[in-house]
Design a binder for this molecule. Structure first.
Ligand SMILES: [Zn+2]
Length: 266
């Protein structure tokens, strides 16, 4: 599933091509992805409207519109935004005033589009925790205090901090040399500090490389993200650790495949 670096990549690319453009037509090939309002009203409320701003909150993309409404796009597991698209392989396409299509593609049709007045009032947005970049080290440390939850599960909890999923939680924990099953409160001050830094560095590096295309994720252009070749543990089960050569292990943790080095991560 796209995480912060992938959605941030799409957000930055969208800003370059859609800002100030009008939506002149909406083509719906699969209405299931439109959660609200009804497809007919969705189309009616978008036609002739200008895209004013592109915002990302956690893994959610928000297009703020000249009508005062916002188009919220959650890519979920297999959603993609492609520009310029073809309006054929998409679930929904937006024809822009430049004559090109912005396609919302989604193989498994789990993505969600919403046209709403106040995106900040969405229940799931209100529950989102802060992003790591919004926290000071002291605030991060404080959030871990007394938490018995296993550190990797906690890092993936969007209510705790938002933006981190299975992939980047595993990578950041490897870089901080912390075992994913450690209870959060058991981290030493030094480990918390290291983890705080490594989460930020991992996310920033991934953004630089336009994200990781381990699944359906694509950049706006349709190109894959380039960060996969920099992964140190994710999806490297049985391969030698890049630091100590011990085979990387995969365990099930909270229902997700979790990769780590049993030697380096304590
Ligand atoms: Zn190792």
């Amino acid at each position: 599933m796209p995480e912060l670096p992938e959605v941030e990549t799409i957000k930055r690319e969208l800003e370059k091509v859609v800002l100030g453009k009008k939506i002149i037509d909406v083509i719906i090939n699969h209405p299931k992805v439109i959660k609200e309002p009804k497809p007919k009203d969705f189309v009616g409320a978008l036609e002739g409207i200008t895209i004013k701003a592109v915002i990302r909150r956690g893994k959610l993309l928000i297009l703020e519109l000249s009508s005062g409404k916002a188009l919220c796009i959650h890519l979920k597991l297999t959603g993609q935004l492609i520009y310029p698209g073809d309006a054929k392989s998409s679930r929904v396409s937006f024809k822009l005033s430049d004559g090109k299509f912005l396609d919302f593609r989604d193989l498994r049709v789990l993505g969600e589009l919403r046209l709403i007045s106040d995106w900040r009032s969405l229940k799931f947005v209100k529950e989102l925790g802060p992003e790591i970049f919004a926290l000071t080290l002291e605030e991060f440390k404080k959030k871990l205090e007394g938490k018995k939850t296993k550190i990797k599960i906690l890092l993936m909890d969007q209510k705790f901090i938002s933006g981190l999923g299975n992939l980047y939680a595993a990578e950041a924990l490897f870089r901080a040399r912390i075992h994913p099953e450690r209870p959060a409160f058991s981290l030493s001050e030094k480990e918390k500090e290291k983890l705080f830094k490594e989460i930020k560095d991992t996310l920033l590096e991934a953004i630089q490389h336009k994200g990781s295309s381990v699944d359906a994720y694509r950049q706006l252009s349709g190109e894959p993200g380039d960060y996969v070749r920099y992964h140190k543990v994710y999806d490297r089960q049985g391969k030698p650790c890049l630091v100590c050569k011990t085979p990387i292990k995969r365990i099930d943790l909270g229902g997700r495949g979790t990769y780590f080095c049993p030697q380096c991560q304590k």
